[in-house]
Design a protein around this ligand. Structure first.
Ligand SMILES: [Zn+2]
Length: 272
């Protein structure tokens, strides 16, 4: 009996229960037949033309991505547009597509949990509590030792895969930090969360001008964290390695690989 798409779905639901997903999210099987055999799986943050082509070239029977390809209304899957082209390629190659998104963010070993572990944080707790005390969105914790904000930024740079925009910091290079709040992916929704306000530094992605500026101005008047803005893709790519290990333990007969293609959309930056 070979492993089927349904068997892999069961494994993913054990690791990342769909009940943990946000109500607006779309997780699980996006394309493919439940009874199709699976001997090879590729993992990526995004289902884009390059990661899909790589999975097909590797003869993967399934691509598991963190981000949902289909979230908002779609009225065409014609292949002259990105989403249609991606779906057409996958269906033609009989490569299933599965998403594990916010349901994979909330678990202990999810995107933020993985980032916290890579930084060596202790006393780790979610920023926003989920179904159980060890599950939830984002993480807070303590660095193993106090360090300057500049050194922390360099440490983050060593942990994350390289991207064009690098790592941006709001705060003094030499200020000492120890307590950390972090959220893999876009975390500006938690800038005013008490757990984030109480931290020395908040690490997240996609910080826009107004929320970041407001947070920094408030930090000058009250208490608030320094900000470290990293690549959204890089912060979540870290999770793929942990996810592949966990899947391998449940599906030892399946070959599982992690895509190293950079799907961060920015290609280069100039330093002024
Ligand atoms: Zn994300």
């Amino acid at each position: 009996m070979s492993t089927t798409v349904a068997d892999v779905i069961a494994a993913t639901e054990k690791l990342w229960p769909p009940s943990g997903a946000e109500s607006w999210d779309a997780v699980g099987l996006v394309a493919g037949d439940l009874d199709a055999p699976v001997s090879r799986i590729s993992l990526a943050v995004d289902a884009v033309l390059d990661t899909v082509q790589e999975a097909i070239d590797d003869r993967a029977d399934m691509l598991i991505t963190h981000h949902p390809l289909l979230l908002r209304g779609v009225t065409s899957i014609a292949s002259d547009r990105y989403k249609g082209a991606v779906l057409t390629k996958l269906v033609r190659a009989e490569c299933a597509l599965v998403t594990a998104h916010t349901n994979a963010d909330v678990v202990e070993t999810g995107t933020s949990g993985r980032f916290a572990a890579k930084l060596g944080l202790t006393d780790v707790a979610p920023i926003v509590m989920g179904e159980t005390p060890d599950r939830g969105i984002g993480r807070t914790g303590m660095l193993p030792e106090e360090m300057t904000l500049g050194r922390l930024a360099r440490l983050i740079g060593e942990i994350l895969p390289a991207t064009a925009a690098g790592i941006r910091v709001a705060g003094e290079f030499d200020q000492i930090v120890r307590s950390v709040a972090l959220c893999g992916g876009a975390g500006d929704a938690y800038l005013n969360d008490p757990a984030v306000l109480a931290a020395d530094v908040y690490i997240t992605s996609d910080l826009r001008h107004h929320p970041a500026s407001e947070a920094r101005e408030n930090a000058r008047l009250m208490r608030g964290p320094a900000l470290v803005d990293v690549s959204h893709w890089a912060s979540e790519w870290l999770w793929l390695e942990a996810a592949s290990d966990e899947l391998r333990a449940l599906l030892p007969e399946v070959t599982i690989s992690v895509s190293e293609l950079r799907t961060d959309p920015w290609d280069f930056a100039v330093v002024q």
